[in-house]
Write a protein that binds this ligand. Structure first.
Ligand code: RP5
Length: 168
């Protein structure tokens, strides 16, 4: 499927271009599973008007999930969640100063009423956010469901076939 030619179902946003090193792992999972998606830098602090425009238009544009990654004072996921009913998946980017604990707490400690599904710090969180977004879509998109099942089976087979850690 040419994912660029179809309307995106998942938006992947990040606070800075410097977050791409982490967030590319979410995008890689979406690409592998054939989930139509888009990628944008949207900063809560440097481009607040763009953040509001993006969040308010998301549902009408057909987005069914938004993966939002940010580091440090990571307000992007929470502010997007405040302005859209579309589920927001927050990825704490590993910051240099505090190793991402600042990012994690900024994203996870939302007040009751405005949920953000928060993932692990860094690469694992980004990868799992991509997989989770696909899982959210799976019930309505059989091809995505099949791709997810295939991915899981391959992952299991890979572990079983490489059970001796001394062997390559
Ligand atoms: C956050 O500040 C971004 O999400 C990024 O993780 C962090 C640092 O941004 P840069 O100074 O590298 O642009 O808003």
């Amino acid at each position: 499927m040419n994912q660029a030619a179809v309307a995106p179902l998942v938006g992947v946003v990040m606070g800075s271009r410097s977050d791409w090193e982490t967030m590319q792992h979410a995008v890689a999972r979406l690409e592998k599973l054939g989930v139509p998606h888009e990628v944008r830098v949207v900063s809560a602090h440097r481009t607040p008007d763009l953040l509001a425009e993006y969040a308010k238009a998301a549902e009408g544009r057909g987005l069914r999930a938004i993966i939002a990654g940010a580091g440090g004072a990571a307000h992007l996921p929470g502010m997007i969640a405040a302005m859209t009913p579309v589920p927001v998946l927050g990825v704490p980017v590993q910051s240099k100063a505090l190793n991402g604990l600042d990012s994690l707490l900024s994203i996870v400690q939302m007040p009751a009423g405005v949920p953000v599904a928060t993932f692990a710090i860094g690469v694992a969180g980004a990868a799992n956010a991509g997989l989770f977004a696909a899982a959210l879509l799976a019930a309505d998109h059989p091809a995505v469901r099949e791709a997810l099942a295939k991915f899981r089976a391959e992952q299991t087979r890979d572990v079983l076939e490489h059970a001796d850690p001394r062997q390559p």
